[in-house]
Design a protein. Structure first.
Lengths: 272, 379
């Protein structure tokens, strides 16, 4: 394979990365801007980060988002895992195709429709909109993502592990908690993290289902931007990016290490 | 019929009319939807027996094993273990343990924990578990691997962990599903003998499922040959090989030559068979087939002698031409094309380094065999 750097290669890489990352780099750079004007560079400063932590509105929104994220991701993980287990294990019940289709439909459902229909439901049953309804809405739309992740792991799960556990005297419930759950746990954790991230950056559904006192961070940022972008918002976004990036990097390093360790182990095992 | 010889230890409860059966399949049928995996099958296995279920894939042997373990319930019929009907008893309450083809080691537990799993389930106290686990590790020679996880072991080591885990609870019966299928040939041969020793040492009843006839012949006291959900024959390895009762069994185990023919006549101690060619075969054990009936005469290649001249004293001798010769080192395999066109396979042990009667392609040759060298099959 030709691996030399041709001019064409370099150009396409630079353009591609610029297209992807220029906006984000700009945002990060301007979060360290001394000037109050967002688009005029006035020297380096971290003052917007300091003032960010004194902005009660933004801090409240962050707290709401974190709580909604953790609670909805946890409940969605439990429900999504149960749905995945049902769909992979009980393959012969009536209406399975319809059921699995319905579990996965929200993946491609436009968010506006999901949000609007949830709003209609909450109004119809007379639920006061607020923290509870946002959480409920996030459970609804993240659950199917968890189900997809867990189901893909369950498909390759060796059923004889469970049979071996039962054969050795473990009743079905014990088998599930001692064998099945630990083995599929990495997929469940990925599912939880996916659900948490989705909840973290959701604006549309939250806007429909939220009420007074339950403003999430994306909603807060959006509403502030409408009054004009401040460097404070840039700082808030930079922190969000940093949090997500650090999470992704740690996860991939851990994964890589595990992979390398596994290969070393296997080589050692082959040698005896 | 003369005795087939006993090369195994003196253990034959199946010949004792008073022996108590240990495992009994009583007219067992198992259907999966329209498909009948096991069809009205009856089978008896005795205590401390090493029993092999041998058959091609899809013959129902694994289903039989899974019904014994409790993963499947029979559609009809009963399975008795030590006199107890197993119907409705879930796998986790049956006194049998199984070694899985994939080994099914718990990937998140160490070797030690894997072996201890079954003992913990029955509520054995901690110190006793430790003692038993140490004992098991010693038995399979894996003492220094106790703290390893399954993925840190080689295939042979994993197999031994699976074995230790399945015998740790001292089950009444150990079920082994293709126990050596994932090992390479050399390791497989070693492990066959290890398994036999282990079975002797623990005094357990082993039921092994395999598609490998050599494996079954080596290890088992008795073999059940299965086809399409039915048992074709249950017998010792020697009987299966030397006295098959059907074409299927004769064909399934080892190599065999088959001659189609009719029973011409029974004399005092011999039976004359006339083949399609008019060539006559005399055998001394064709008594069961009625005169005039269509039969098949089956004979193993190593029981046929090949020579360039017609042996003077041969009762049965057929003439033909050398069609193919394969020199395999320990023996030479000849394909002789008889004058009627049938090809006969004969193998000769190369007992000396030079042969006095060399035969090569297109030579005229005679095949000859004794009257007791083959069997007459009616089905």
């Amino acid at each position: 394979m030709n691996s030399t750097w041709s001019r064409f290669n370099i150009t396409s890489i630079v353009l591609g990365f610029a297209f992807l990352y220029l906006p984000i780099v700009l945002l990060i750079v301007f979060s360290f801007n001394e000037s109050k004007l967002v688009t005029v560079w006035g020297g380096f400063s971290t003052k917007w980060y300091v003032s960010l932590f004194h902005n009660q509105g933004l801090m409240d929104a962050t707290w709401v988002t974190a709580r909604v994220g953790v609670i909805s991701a946890t409940v969605a993980t439990v429900l999504g895992t149960l749905a995945a287990i049902t769909l992979t294990r009980y393959t012969r019940f009536r209406g399975r195709v319809l059921f699995s289709g319905m579990v996965f439909a929200p993946l491609v459902m436009p968010e506006v429709i999901t949000g609007l229909s949830l709003l209609l439901l909450f109004v119809a049953v007379g639920l006061d909109r607020g923290f509870f309804t946002v959480t409920l809405a996030h459970i609804t739309f993240t659950m199917c993502f968890v189900a997809v992740v867990v189901q893909s792991r369950l498909v390759s799960f060796d059923r004889s592990l469970e049979e071996a556990a039962m054969d050795l005297g473990a009743p079905p419930v014990k088998t599930f908690f001692q064998i099945t759950l630990p083995v599929i746990l990495p997929a469940i954790i990925s599912g939880w993290m996916l659900a948490f991230t989705l909840s973290l950056d959701d604006l549309v559904i939250a806007s429909f289902s939220s009420g007074p006192g339950a403003t999430t961070l994306p909603m807060k940022i959006y509403s502030q931007v409408r009054l004009g972008v401040t460097p404070e918002i840039n700082a808030a976004c930079t922190i969000l990016i940093a949090v997500v990036a650090i999470g992704v990097i740690i996860a991939s390093i851990a994964n890589k290490r595990r992979e390398i360790q596994r290969q070393l182990d296997e080589q050692a095992a082959q040698r005896g | 019929m003369k005795s087939l010889g006993s090369i195994r230890r003196d253990f034959a409860p199946w010949n004792d009319p008073n022996a108590k059966p240990y495992i009994q399949f009583d007219k067992v049928t198992k259907k999966f939807g329209e498909f009948t995996a096991v069809n009205n099958l009856s089978l008896t296995i005795f205590e401390r027996e090493f029993f092999a279920l041998l058959g091609a894939s899809g013959c129902g042997k694994s289903t039989l094993l899974r019904m014994l373990a409790g993963f499947e319930e029979p559609t009809a019929g009963r399975i008795l273990l030590d006199g107890q009907d197993l119907r409705g008893i879930p796998p986790y309450k049956r006194p049998v343990n199984m070694m899985f083809q994939s080994y099914a080691l718990f990937p998140h537990m160490t070797v030690e924990k894997n072996i201890a799993f079954g003992l913990k389930q029955e509520g054995m106290p901690g110190p006793d578990i430790e003692k038993r686990v140490a004992e098991m590790l010693k038995l399979v020679k894996l003492e220094q691997f106790a703290k390893r996880k399954p993925h840190q072991l080689s295939g042979g080591q994993r197999q031994r962990v699976a074995l230790a885990r399945s015998v740790a609870k001292r089950p009444k019966v150990l079920l082994l599903d293709e126990p050596l299928g994932a090992l390479d040939k050399k390791l497989r041969e070693e492990t066959q003998f290890e398994l036999m020793d282990l079975q002797q040492e623990l005094g357990l009843t082993f039921v092994v499922v395999t598609h490998d006839q050599e494996e079954a012949m080596t290890m088992a006291d008795r073999i059940a040959i299965m086809d399409k959900g039915e048992v074709m024959q249950v017998a010792t390895p020697a009987e299966i090989y030397e006295a098959p009762t059907s074409r299927f069994v004769a064909h399934f185990v080892g190599n065999v030559n088959m001659f189609e023919g009719k029973v011409a006549e029974h004399t005092a101690n011999a039976t004359r068979i006339t083949g399609a060619t008019g060539a006559e075969i005399v055998v001394d054990n064709g008594g069961k087939a009625a005169a005039g009936s269509d039969i098949v005469f089956a004979i193993r290649p190593e029981k046929i002698k090949v020579s360039s001249k017609k042996p003077a004293d041969a009762v049965n001798a057929l003439e033909g031409e050398v069609y193919d010769v394969a020199y395999l080192g320990d023996m030479t395999v000849y394909h002789i094309k008889l004058d009627d066109g049938q090809i006969v396979r004969a193998s000769a042990l190369n007992a000396s380094r030079v042969t006095e009667d060399p035969l090569t392609w297109n030579d005229r040759a005679w095949v000859s065999f004794r009257p007791d060298a083959g069997v007459v099959l009616t089905r």
